[in-house]
Design a protein around this ligand. Sequence first.
Ligand code: GLP
Length: 243
Amino acid sequence: MTEVIIVENQDEAGSIYAQCVARLIADKPDCVLGLATGSSPLAAYRQLAGRVEREGIDVSQVRGFALDEYAGLDPSHPQSYKSTINRTVVEPLGLDPEKIHVPNGNLDTIGEAGKAYDKAIEEAGGVDIQILGIGTDGHIGFNEPGSSLASGTRIKTLTEQTRIDNARFFDDDINQVPAHCITQGIGTILKARHLILLAFGSGKAEAIAETVEGGISSFCPASALQLHPHATVIVDEAAASRL
Ligand code: GLP
């Protein structure tokens, strides 16, 4: 069952996320957070960082797994998801970098990296709270339309549209955007105990309507949230406008 919360702005959405995570850490100091890149989760990370600082929450044992990574991009590249997660989550929250994992996009080992990543998540006891953004085409992580709803972490080809969307991070040059990625599968994502999907702006309205009210279909990967027992979709008025 998908719960939908309509908020005034991104900070309000972020404070709901921060509240959920703060409660989780109080109950389980070594909890496992599922982390995402993109602009949608940024206010949530900011709100959480503010709470951690104000309340002196001990995050030293918190563990984390990111959703995805570009293939063939050096982890030290500023636009790698490894660097992005460090910059937007690990550093502002003061997490232990050793406890935060990002899929390995090294082309020499990528064939095996997906299974190893899923195994590492399982051995950590699974993800407690997974934060998610959504692509305008309904993708979650880098699971583009057509992805199997039961998929595990694996290599995927990025669609032309996603490469065009992401060219803004690569000097507006699509040729610099990697063509492939490694992403948690939809099946992997669905194993997290609580999913929190954030979407803002009218550009996401159609994808949100499909996610919440459309049929469950690989054409809208995020519609798989309807299969999850505890999924929360937090949207502003604009993203909710087609509901
Ligand atoms: C990328 C990421 C997704 C993210 C999406 C939307 O494709 N791999 O995880 O949800 O972008 O990004 P934004 O939140 O900036 O709209």
